[in-house]
Design a protein around this ligand. Structure first.
Ligand code: 4IP
Ligand code: ZN
Length: 148
């Protein structure tokens, strides 16, 4: 399907395994009506290389900004989260406007998803806990009601 939005963002590793490193990679994100995919990007050729991962739109539970961490690096000023059954995918936009545009579009696309969340975590999951509510289980229910 055709792409709705494309942008190069920094993303945090999802740490699907307990032993996965916490790191950040620049990826080309492509949003279509059924998937959000991210690719390795070749700056010299100005085109995308291999597919690194994707999230099916119908698995998404909510999309929201994330409260930025104190003393956040300038590259990490505008985080947003795409939460699905595997947990949160943290993405960092370069500007507030681009972040707003992606969240707006994503919310539109997921409107009719089953099992949309009613609560979320406004802050990051770091070092085995949610910075917002200090719960120590990644799957813990959100601590803030989503305003619609
Ligand atoms: C990788 O670290 C990359 O950050 C991956 O991101 C990430 O996968 C891996 O997390 C993480 O271990 P190294 O490159 O140092 O191995 P990308 O796929 O963008 O390259 P995600 O799941 O975030 O795509 P795990 O938890 O998937 O292993
Ligand atoms: Zn919380």
């Amino acid at each position: 399907s055709t792409s709705i939005l494309e942008d190069i963002f920094l993303k945090r590793s999802q740490q699907k395994k307990k032993t996965s490193p916490l790191n950040y990679k620049e990826r080309l994100f492509v949003l279509t009506t059924d998937k959000i995919s991210y690719y390795d990007y070749d700056y010299e050729k100005g085109k995308k290389k291999g597919l690194k991962g994707s999230v099916d739109i119908d698995k998404i539970k909510y999309v929201a900004t994330v409260v930025q961490e104190e003393n956040a690096h300038p590259d990490k000023m505008f985080p947003f989260q795409v939460v699905y059954d595997e947990g949160p995918l943290y993405i960092f936009a370069k500007t507030a406007d681009i972040r707003k545009q992606w969240i707006h579009k994503l919310k539109q696309i997921v409107t009719h998803n089953k099992d949309l969340a009613q609560k979320y975590h406004p802050c990051f999951w770091v070092d085995g806990q949610w910075l917002c509510c200090h719960q120590e289980v990644k799957q813990a229910l959100g601590c803030r009601v989503i305003e619609t």
